[in-house]
Design a protein around this ligand. Sequence first.
Ligand SMILES: [Zn+2]
Length: 223
Amino acid sequence: MKKCPYCLIEVGGNPEKCPLCQSRLTGEGEEAYFPVRDTLKFMSFLYKMQMFIVLSVVIVGLGLDFLFGIRLPAYPNLHWSLILAMWLLVAEFVLLRQFRPGTGSAARRVTIMVFLIILMLLVTAYFFDFMWLAWDWMVPIVIAAMGTANLVLAFLDKHGNAMAYLLSGLFFGLIPCIVRYFIDEKMPVAWMICMIIALVLFAGVIIFKGRAVAHELRRRFNL
Ligand SMILES: [Zn+2]
């Protein structure tokens, strides 16, 4: 038995640290209760390694930009390192949430990720001057991809609330198309494709999951 010198408890097996206070245990251990998971340790190492590389890139980027004044030739007044840092830090945040249990269903994570991507895309487009490309092409493609991913999740994830995210995702896929049409009667090709995909997905959901849709709507709107 090992002992914790602070909590004065005995701990079975052969752990290194006290389960209560995380202090180093003293005394002789016995045969370990739980096997050591080498793959898990290696995954954890890889995860730390990528985080170290990403944070190094962010720090070096900020240094080159702000301290050495190195700018992109086409955008001499733009602090490019801030945009780079935004993308990398948000990617780390998303990755961190993937590995934390109890942060919601897969559909919820997909939806949050997509909204973050759209937001960052628009910020980047604003500073790099490709707003029309982002809004007319990239955003509808991302929204259509989100609808497709949520449809798959609605079939796979029996206990999650993929259905709710799928329905609201399809809804948000239609709104921008319609608004755009009323503003200038123009609908970029990608938005039209996005709308068609949303409608096809919606038809698929009604046909295959009609009862679940009705249940979800009743539950959400207290019908
Ligand atoms: Zn202790």
